[in-house]
Ligand binder design. Structure first.
Ligand SMILES: O=P(O)(O)OC[C@H]1O[C@](O)(COP(=O)(O)O)[C@@H](O)[C@@H]1O
Ligand SMILES: [Mn+2]
Length: 643
């Protein structure tokens, strides 16, 4: 190794003892059980349900509480303690209202702090002290450590410990300590979070999910098609931008754009008011708990049409300048007979209904009006200048990728495009043919290139982001074509169907999964593909664990819009040193319900895989990194201290 690096490293490890200590420390960590990985996907803006799953660690928190306290405290107390760990601030409010005497409240604090200390101690048993320290609230780290390392057998220090708790209460710090311990527990039960795509769209609060993820202790993201759409908009793709606005309008979520990200929609509204009217096909899907006035619904309906038409017009030049996208049949505006209001698709002619073609010039249907052009330009400017959106998109780029190989598994939102024989489908880009892993790597490179050059709006990289949203060989879309236009304007449901890639049928076979895992240089006998994107219809008996356990699909429908089809409210996956477990979540009503009734959204667990021997850090990605560090430290030892 270059001695320059070693000299630099020697500045940090400036004595022999420091190097030795670190080597011993890292070696010891390799023998600890692997940390718990938590997988979620398809959050679709459902912040409340997501944060509940995050806070309860898909049932892990309650499991730990039961392990320690079952049989020694009442079931109701178990529920209460769990609710306290999930929502400490809110639960404390409820508790404080229940006690009218300070003494009784202080007794409760004493009892509860002791229980929480036990819980933190138990939850951290497989970690080093240093890792535990990082999970503790910094202002109380010293105190908590004193309490944690007390040895029960030896009664000598009992008085000392009681005094610490007593003082914490007298000095008015009990509440803060309880809150800190609750968050430490949450952090300790899950070591690392994977978000297998689709944070954005359909639901109301994707921005809050992003904030939560930014503050999370350890996380990665595999981009979903909807996430890429938002990245594309920020990276300068006007057609991606039109799509995100259209989807927000469709789901009555324009406040995400206006209030959360501070983007002014006035120009769009003005255009919409001028050219559009009420239209049943464009009325937003209303949310039960949101009371949008009839007047607002009308405005949204108009904006929905205005932005949908801008989207359709913007698609056309991209399709024309990118023949390799193979999307000519999607030049729909040109297939319309504007006098008879009919369209001919694949040889069949259909009547168009609920049309809104006031801005279309039949002679040149994809031509944008000057006003439309200005609207989309202004919107793009605001989007690219939203500080909050910039922060969120930068985070997605930093922590995200198109796919991830992690601890022997392949994490991917959509699919690996394959043909009917299970062979990787090829796409031609700039005269070169790509398939499988190479194709995905090329896609990712384009996305990063587009993001790095937001001022370019119609280069290949930027167009490619839109292709990832809707192209036939996109690993995120996984369908032949997107029938948005048909669903708005044609009655016949047969043309609404989006034909899925063969992957979605062939992934049921173990052979296909073996082939894909091998393509990604993973062990086909032990690795798993972890997928999101397509809601598993549990209601119809579909099993999320497929191909003899080689693939697990965890889109169970966090998205409320999809819960009636799935029959549940989302799957999550846990992978700890004992193996992999799939958790099915029941519908999440509200945080208030958890706080007051103590009831949790019950999770049903299904075993995916059981390790024959407990898996250690040594066998993980992190372990691999640690081994490299050890080897470098050994080089340093030899170079510097063993001459
Ligand atoms: O449910 P909506 O809003 O009509 O959207 C349907 C569109 O969403 C998609 O299903 C993509 O979204 P998902 O990734 O959530 O499946 C498209 O295939 C389809 O055209
Ligand atoms: Mn998806």
């Amino acid at each position: 190794m270059n001695t320059k690096y070693l000299d630099l490293l020697a500045q940090k490890y400036d004595t022999e003892e420091k190097v030795v200590t670190e080597i011993i420390n890292l070696k010891a960590i390799l023998n600890l059980p692997k940390g718990t990985e938590h997988f979620v996907s398809d959050l679709h803006g459902e912040y409340q349900a997501f944060q509940h799953v995050l806070r309860n660690g898909s049932g892990r928190v309650k499991e730990k509480i039961r392990d320690i306290f079952s049989g020694s405290i009442y079931e109701k107390e178990i529920d209460e303690l769990a609710a306290l760990v999930y929502y400490p601030e809110d639960k404390l409010q409820v508790i404080k209202n229940d006690f009218n005497k300070e003494e009784a409240l202080n007794e409760w604090y004493k009892k509860t702090i002791k229980r929480l200390i036990k819980l933190v101690s138990y939850s951290s048993s497989k970690y080093t002290r240093s890792k535990l320290r990082k999970a503790l609230p910094s202002q109380f780290a010293y105190i908590i450590e004193e309490l944690l390392y007390k040895t029960e057998e030896n009664g000598n220090k009992e008085q000392y410990y009681s005094e610490i708790i007593e003082q914490v209460i007298t000095l008015g710090q009990a509440e803060k300590l309880v809150i800190g311990l609750a968050y430490s527990t949450q952090q300790l039960v899950v070591d690392h979070l994977h978000v297998v795509g689709d944070i954005y769209d359909r639901g109301p609060e994707p921005d809050k999910i992003m904030e939560e993820l930014i503050n999370y202790h350890s996380v990665d993201v595999q981009w979903g098609n909807h996430d890429v759409l938002w990245i594309g908009a920020f990276a300068g793709s006007k057609v991606c931008l039109a799509n995100i606005l259209r989807i927000c309008a469709r789901y009555d979520n324009l406040d995400i754009i206006e209030d959360a990200y501070g983007i002014n929609l006035r120009p769009l509204l003005n255009l919409a008011e001028k050219y559009y009217d009420d239209n049943p096909a464009f009325r937003p899907k209303t949310q039960a708990d949101k009371h949008t006035s009839e007047h607002e619904i009308k405005q949204i309906t108009k904006m929905h049409q205005a932005i949908a038409m801008i989207q359709f017009k913007l698609e056309s030049p991209i399709i024309k300048r990118r023949p390799n996208f193979n999307m000519k049949e999607r030049l729909l505006l040109e297939k319309i007979d504007y006098t008879s209001n009919k369209i001919t698709l694949d040889g069949s002619t259909y009547n168009l209904k609920n049309t809104c073609f006031a801005t279309v010039n039949p002679k040149q249907p994809d031509m944008m009006l000057e006003e439309e052009q200005q609207v989309i330009d202004k919107l793009l400017f605001s989007v690219q200048h939203s500080e909050k959106l910039a922060r969120h998109m930068n985070f997605l780029m930093r922590k995200g990728s198109l796919y991830l190989r992690y601890n022997g598994n392949l994490l991917i939102h959509g699919c690996i495009p394959i043909d009917e024989n299970g062979d990787m489908e090829k796409m031609e880009i700039e005269g070169k043919s790509y398939a499988g892993r190479e194709l995905l790597d090329r896609f990712e490179k384009f996305l990063r290139e587009a993001f790095a050059a937001p001022e370019k709006t119609d280069d290949l990289a930027t167009d490619m982001v839109w292709y990832l949203w809707t192209g036939e060989y996109s690993s995120l879309f996984g369908k032949r074509a997107m029938t948005t236009f048909e669903r708005y304007f044609i009655e016949d449901k047969a043309v609404h169907k989006e034909v899925k890639n063969h992957y979605y049928y062939l992934r049921e076979n173990e052979d296909t999964c073996h082939k894909i895992l091998t393509e990604f240089d993973l062990d086909p006998e032990h690795g798993h593909i972890i997928n999101g994107h397509t809601p598993v219809k549990e209601i119809e008996g579909e099993n999320p664990i497929k191909a003899n356990g080689r693939i697990i699909v965890i889109d169970g429908g966090f998205s409320k819009a999809y819960q009636s089809t799935t029959g549940i409210a989302g799957y999550t996956l846990l992978y700890n040193s004992y193996g992999m477990q799939l958790v099915a979540h029941k519908h999440f009503n509200s945080k208030e319900e958890v706080l007051h009734d103590g009831t949790d959204v019950l999770s049903v667990k299904r075993l995916v895989d059981k390790e024959l021997e407990r898996k250690k850090v040594l066998e993980t990605n992190v372990g691999e990194e640690l081994c490299k560090e050890i080897s470098i430290l050994k080089d340093l030892m030899e170079y510097r201290y063993m001459k």
